[in-house]
Design a protein around this ligand. Structure first.
Ligand code: R1P
Ligand code: URA
Length: 299
C-alpha cells in the first residue's frame, strides 16, 4: 500500500482505512465539502483527512454505516483533474460532483437541482486526457439513483445536458458583471441597438419593453439553449471524461443558483438551501444505490 500522502490532496490510501469509501462527494467549494461532513443531519465526521491548499477532504459516515469521502475539487477543470487523478490513486471508484450552476432554460428555476446525463465539454484540461470527441457521459446507474432520490425527497429536479466551460465570465457570456465588456464574437454574438432594431422593423411597443438600449443576439448561451443544454458549470465535463478513461463511475448534481435567462447575478438568498438540497439528494442516492450496480462491470 502506498502510505505517502498524495502531493495535492494531502492524504494517502492508508488514511482511508482498510477499504476506501464506496463514494466520494466532490465539491468545487471547500466550505461545502466541510458542511457535508460537519453539519449535515445524519452525517458523522470520522476524520479530517487534509485541508492542504484548501482541497479540504473529510472521511464521514452515514446512518446506515456507509463511509463517504467529502472532498474538494477547487474551481475549474485543471484543479479537478489533479484531484480526481489523486483520488483514483488512493482507491476512490465512484464520484458524485455536488456543485452549483446557472440555468439557461426558462423552466429550470433557481433553487432547483440539475442532474447531468451528459456534458458538452468545452474544457481545455479534458483535451489533455481524451480526444475532443470522447463522450462526456454520466454513469447511468448513479444518475438514476440521483433522480430517484430527488423524487423521494421531493426536490425540484431536472435531468439533462450540462455545458461545462473554463470561465465563469467570458465563457458563460457575462458582460455586465465582468470587467471585460468585449466578448469574442463566437461567444457574445452581436449587440443590436434600439436604433438598429427600429430600422429592422421591430415595433415601438416591443422596443418600449426592452430594459436596455441594446440587446445581444446570436451568443453562445442562445445557441446552447437551442441545443437543449440546461445549465452552465465548470467541472462536470472533464470529470465525466476522466471516468471513462480511468474506469470509475461518475455523476453530477448541481444546485441552480443563477437564472441566466434573466441576468447574470447569483441568487445569494437561496444559494445555501439549494446546495443543501443537492447534498441531501446525493447522500440519499449513495444510501439507496443497489449494491449490484456497485460492481466494476457497471462503471
Ligand atoms: O459551486 P462549485 O462546485 O464550485 O461549482 C460552480 O461554482 C464555481 C463558479 O462560481 C465553479 O466551480 C462552478 O462549476
Ligand atoms: O452561473 C453560474 C453559477 C454557478 N456556477 C457557474 O459556473 N455558473
Amino acid at each position: 500500500m502506498n502510505c505517502k500522502p498524495r502531493y495535492h490532496i494531502g492524504f494517502s490510501r492508508e488514511d482511508l482505512g482498510e477499504h476506501p469509501p464506496a463514494f466520494a462527494l466532490l465539491c468545487g467549494d471547500p466550505d461545502r465539502a466541510a458542511r457535508i461532513a460537519r453539519e449535515t443531519e445524519g452525517v458523522r465526521l470520522v476524520k479530517i483527512l487534509s485541508e492542504n491548499r484548501g482541497l479540504n477532504s473529510y472521511l464521514a459516515s452515514l446512518p446506515g454505516g456507509q463511509r463517504i469521502l467529502s472532498a474538494t475539487s477547487g474551481m475549474g477543470a485543471p484543479s479537478l483533474s489533479i484531484v480526481v487523478n489523486e483520488l483514483y490513486d488512493v482507491g476512490i471508484r465512484r464520484i458524485i460532483r455536488v456543485g452549483t450552476c446557472g440555468s439557461i432554460q426558462d423552466h429550470v428555476k433557481t433553487g432547483s437541482v440539475v442532474i447531468t446525463r451528459a456534458a458538452l465539454c468545452r474544457q481545455g484540461a479534458a483535451n489533455d486526457i481524451a480526444p475532443v470527441e470522447y463522450p462526456s457521459a454520466a454513469n447511468p446507474f448513479v444518475t438514476v439513483a440521483l433522480v430517484n432520490a430527488a423524487r423521494e425527497l421531493k426536490v425540484d429536479w431536472h435531468m439533462g445536458i450540462t455545458a461545462s466551460v473554463d470561465t465563469f465570465y467570458e465563457g458563460q457570456e457575462r458582460t455586465e458583471s465582468s470587467v471585460n465588456k468585449h466578448l469574442m464574437r463566437w461567444l457574445g454574438g452581436v449587440c443590436l441597438t434600439k436604433k438598429t432594431l427600429r430600422a429592422l422593423g421591430v415595433s415601438e411597443e416591443r422596443l418600449q419593453e426592452m430594459h436596455r438600449d441594446e440587446i445581444r443576439v446570436g451568443g453562445i448561451t442562445e445557441e446552447y439553449r437551442h441545443l437543449n443544454v440546461l445549465n452552465y458549470e465548470m467541472e462536470c465535463g472533464t470529470l465525466l471524461k476522466m471516468a471513462g478513461v480511468y474506469g470509475f463511475a461518475a455523476a453530477c448534481i448541481c444546485a441552480v443558483v443563477a437564472d441566466r435567462t434573466a441576468g447574470e447575478e447569483i441568487a445569494r438568498p437561496l444559494k445555501l438551501a439549494a446546495e443543501e438540497n443537492a447534498v441531501r439528494v446525493a447522500l440519499r442516492a449513495v444510501e439507496t444505490m443497489d449494491p449490484e450496480y456497485l460492481k466494476p462491470c457497471y462503471w
